[in-house]
Write a protein that binds this ligand. Structure first.
Ligand code: BDP
Length: 715
């Protein structure tokens, strides 16, 4: 008996040692399981030479040591001499060998954060050089080399130059000081405010490593619905502790600034951005912050939006507000990211149009260190949105992209949805601002208008769940965001490929089907949630599941009925000249793509058109039949995903296999729920049957309408 228990205990311990709980993300560094390749790598990499003592170079050296030891299955020595197979990493300042081997011009071309990885001979010895103009660039190069090994790429004759296309690549955490995370589905905030600054959770280091590995160089720690307390000394000291960890990985810390902070914290009578006392308050506050956090990045601000205070409370404009903060951080080289996510239910106008209407007239009025941060689409991170009309419409202002990595509207952390195709769809859209080829990516990388300041932000999906993101596959969205922030020209397929190889296995029997599964997942989600251009028909406030019937939210523009406008004559939001004319906010070339019912791609149909239930679609089906076909196809696709996943069992560790299997069953349930609830509800208007041959909903509309989720996560 005693022996059995001992054996069982031993097994549990062994199991937990071997368990793949997802904590290691895409930085698993397991020994290369392909023997010939391993031997090849072992011959090519024999030692490490990373001189220099700066915090970032120390991190780079440590990462190389850990990574190579894991991947090559043996300790790779650090040495001062160069011998065959040495990896030499550093900058001109730290290594004269690099200075001699890599021409300055080439280094310059790689830019301040870009890197060069090259096979060269030094004293007739073949070595691999990793170099950059900055320490951070070297660190990015180190991670890239490790990625090559992890994904089993050839290491002979390396000649890589890689430069980030966007300057500020940030995560936005919507984390509150009480550790809840707005729209977070992976547990509580990883910032343990109470134990900071005294206790540095090793997780902060792993967080920084993961970000640096994909080139993320900034993080906004706090929710856009801001709490002024983070600007008080005790919290700033906590922020400083985090900042000093992240600094070692080239990551700057930013905070959200609550516009009313001077009133709330120090009893000022006003927060009017033109009031001299208020301006002085922010100047002093900025100086104080930079005393504690010398490399502080700046502020992100949500103002006059969804109840947040802002300059308009004092009759001032967004530019007045942004400029006041910009002046406060300018002496310290800080920046201000001012969000364009504004809309008011007091305005009778289409919510789609409001950000453009408010911000476009302010073009040219912002200080040089301000970026206006614009969500990818005009409403709110829906499964599919047309690109935001502000892109290309404010040539004199650097516009920053805001994507949402957390799946607020895409099934939380229970649905497998790979978001790279959604991000790419927006980045690749042509605004025609300066003729053909004026893509959104060229707007935000600054090249279209020659801005030097450029940025992209992703609303993080990270929490204190052991696997960081809740769903093992949700990690791919963090990864994809970072990779696209570095290079928006990478394809969704390439990124999926890289991520799968590093996170699971290089076995082609796994990679190919798993990649297909990832790539198709977003379109399937659109099908079972919001096909044909439907949008914003989810449950009120918590945003969990379908609730297209909701018509009593606190504001009309939070009600699904505002967006789908279904009645017995048809469905959809007319945004043409006959309707709200939101289309007028786009260039004629773009408008033309969407403006006529006949030409509008069906994926955007109900975004822009009101369509009769019996309208003939491209398939020959009526709109109602097509809607049914889409919802049913979405559910079938999820079932197909389940089959694919089951077939991959031999290649996946039991722990993650089972976790994904269970979550996929939940996803299938939720897909059926979306389909049934939406079709039963829309059917009350179309008055047409769900075509025979489809499995009929097992529940009534009343059943779905009666569901309540008082403790849904994320609020
Ligand atoms: C919406 C979220 C809300 C955020 C808001 C924002 O539902 O929680 O505060 O966006 O971006 O998507 O400010």
């Amino acid at each position: 008996m005693k022996r059995t228990i001992c054996t069982l205990l031993l097994l549990t311990v062994l199991n937990s040692l071997l368990a793949e709980d997802g904590y290691r993300l895409w930085l698993r560094y397991d020994r290369i399981d392909n023997k010939p390749l391993l031997q090849q790598y072992q011959a090519l990499i024999t030692s490490i030479h990373v001189p220099g003592a700066s915090p970032v170079l120390v991190s780079a050296r440590q990462e190389l040591l850990t990574g190579l030891q894991g991947l090559l299955g043996k300790k790779i020595p650090l040495q001062d001499r160069i011998t065959t197979g040495t990896i030499v990493a550093g900058t001109y300042t730290t290594s004269h060998l690099i200075r001699a081997a890599i021409p300055a011009r080439e280094l310059q071309q790689a830019g301040s954060e870009g890197f060069i990885i090259r096979s060269v001979n030094i004293n007739q010895q073949p070595v691999i050089i990793i170099t950059a103009a900055s320490d951070a660039g070297v660190l990015y190069g180190v991670f890239h080399l490790l990625r090559l090994l992890q994904t089993h790429q050839p290491l002979q004759a390396l000649s890589i130059t890689s430069t980030p296309k966007i300057q500020h690549r940030l995560l936005n955490h919507w984390d509150n000081l009480n550790r809840t995370v707005e729209r977070g589905y992976a547990g509580f905030s990883i910032w343990d405010w109470h134990r900071l600054p005294g206790y540095i959770d090793p997780r902060y280091i792993d967080y920084a490593r993961a970000n640096a590995s994909i080139g993320i160089n900034g993080t906004v720690l706090t929710n856009v619905n801001a709490n002024a307390n983070v600007l008080t000394k005790p919290y700033l000291l906590k922020v400083a502790a985090l900042a000093s960890v992240f600094h070692r990985y080239g990551i700057k810390v930013y905070l959200t600034a609550r516009f009313s902070a001077p009133v709330e914290l120090d009893g000022l009578k006003t927060a009017d951005p033109l009031d001299p006392q208020v301006r002085e308050w922010w100047k002093q506050k900025a100086a104080e912050i930079y005393r504690y956090i010398p490399n502080f990045g700046g502020f992100l601000v949500k103002a006059n939006s969804e109840g947040q205070p802002g300059p308009q409370n004092y009759g001032r404009t967004h530019a007045d507000g942004a400029n006041m903060l910009a002046d406060a951080v300018a002496p310290h080289h800080g920046i201000v990211m001012w969000r364009a996510f504004v809309y008011s239910n007091e305005k009778p106008d289409d919510r789609f149009k409001q950000a453009y209407d408010e911000f476009k007239p302010l073009d040219g009025q912002f200080r040089k260190n301000v970026m206006v941060q614009v969500k990818n689409g005009p409403i709110d991170f829906q499964p599919r949105e047309p690109f935001h009309p502000l892109f290309g419409a404010m040539p004199a202002t650097p516009l920053m992209m805001e994507f949402q990595i957390t799946q607020e509207y895409l099934g939380f952390a229970t649905n497998l949805v790979y978001l790279a195709p959604l991000f790419k769809e927006c980045l690749d859209s042509d605004t025609y601002a300066k003729g053909k080829g004026s893509t959104v990516s060229r707007v935000i990388n600054g090249s279209l208008e020659g801005h030097t300041l450029s940025g992209i932000a992703g609303v993080a999906n990270i929490g204190n769940d052991v696997n960081w993101c809740g769903h093992p596959f949700a990690q791919s969205n963090w990864y994809a965001f970072g990779r696209l922030a570095w290079d928006h020209d990478l394809s969704s397929a390439t990124i999926a490929h890289e991520w799968l190889r590093q996170t699971f296995t290089n076995n082609a029997n796994f990679i190919n089907p798993a990649q297909q599964l990832l790539l198709a997942s977003r379109e399937h989600t659109v099908q079972y949630m919001t096909p044909l251009g439907l949008h914003h028909i989810m449950g009120n406030s918590h945003h969990y599941g379908p609730a297209p019937w909701t018509n009593k939210a606190a504001r009309a523009d939070w009600d699904p009925v505002y967006y789908h406008k279904a009645d017995s004559t048809g469905i959809g939001f007319d945004r043409t000249a006959n309707g709200s004319n939101a289309l007028a906010q786009y260039r004629p070339e773009v408008r033309k793509q969407w403006e006529t019912l006949a030409n509008c791609p069906e994926a955007y149909l109900l975004w822009f058109h009101r369509v009769k239930w019996d309208h003939r679609m491209a398939s020959g089906k009526t709109l109602w039949e097509e809607l049914c076909a889409q919802y049913y196809a979405g559910v079938e696709a999820v079932r197909h995903m389940q089959q694919t996943w089951n077939s991959l069992q031999p290649y996946v560790d039991p722990q993650r296999f089972e976790q994904v299997r269970q979550l996929m069953a939940v996803q299938e349930n939720e897909a059926v729920w979306w389909r049934n609830a939406c079709l039963l509800y829309f059917q009350t208007y179309s008055r047409m049957p769900i075509p025979a041959g489809y499995e009929q909903p097992g529940q009534t509309l009343e059943y779905y309408m009666g569901l309540r989720f008082p403790y849904a996560p994320g609020i």
